[in-house]
Design a protein around this ligand. Structure first.
Ligand code: SF4
Length: 214
């Protein structure tokens, strides 16, 4: 949305005051502010991070989209750009960072590894996509995606923000204790997502019952 797009098209503002008066909705104003100043969390996980760094530098210049302020602390970031291979050992730290980010917050999976495990999908130590644990807003394909592809993905994120309503986004739903909190997985021979505990217990009980019957 251009700055001029802040105005609602069905209101005609006299030409002589168009520079100083806008008629809009709260949602439109709120989204316009957020989409024009998304602050990414500054971290990279593997080779995709090199392309992310290139996108920040002068040739591609992510600053054109209001995204130049990479924050080294999750408390000041509202977009997590998962750029690289997510290992099982690294995952708890990523989830801890996500939980520390203030809402509204977004997750972008950059590249094949972050989206699905990529070339290491069957690896014993790699998570087959960050979306198994965090809510991903935009996926960017490629190994690695080019800086242009990254910027195209970020523009998709801006388009998504444009369509949101402050009343409906999950962060501001009344009655929910903490809709953003993601429990830390349990490290071990394999990762255990504690949200699936009930499911695991049910399968274990069914297996024990079958073995008892045999
Ligand atoms: S998607 Fe390709 S370039 Fe990106 S982290 Fe994985 S292996 Fe590296």
């Amino acid at each position: 949305m251009e700055n001029e797009g802040l105005n609602l098209p069905n209101y005609n503002i006299p030409e002589d005051i168009q520079n100083v008066v806008s008629i809009t909705t709260l949602d439109r104003l709120y989204n316009w502010g957020r989409r024009s100043s998304v602050w990414p969390l500054m971290f990279g996980l593997a080779c995709c991070a090199i392309e992310m760094i290139a996108a920040q530098a002068a040739r591609y210049d992510m600053a054109r989209f209001g995204m130049e302020v990479m924050r080294p602390t999750p408390r000041q970031a509202d977009m997590m750009l998962v750029s690289g291979t997510v290992t099982k050992k690294m995952l708890p730290s990523i989830i801890r960072l996500y939980n520390q980010m203030p809402e509204p917050k977004y997750v972008v999976a950059m590249g094949a590894c972050a989206s699905s495990g990529g070339p290491f999908k069957e690896g014993y130590n790699v998570v087959a996509g960050i979306d198994k644990f965090l809510p991903v807003d935009v996926y960017i394909p490629g190994c690695p995606p080019t800086p242009q592809a990254l910027i195209a993905g970020l523009i998709k994120l801006q388009e998504k923000i444009d369509k949101q309503s402050i009343k409906k986004v999950r962060w501001y739903q009344k009655g929910k204790v903490d809709p953003n909190y993601v429990p830390m997985p349990i490290l071990g021979p394999d990762l255990i997502d504690v949200r699936r505990n009930a499911e695991f217990k049910q399968v274990a009980a069914q297996t024990a019952q079958k073995e008892g019957e045999a």
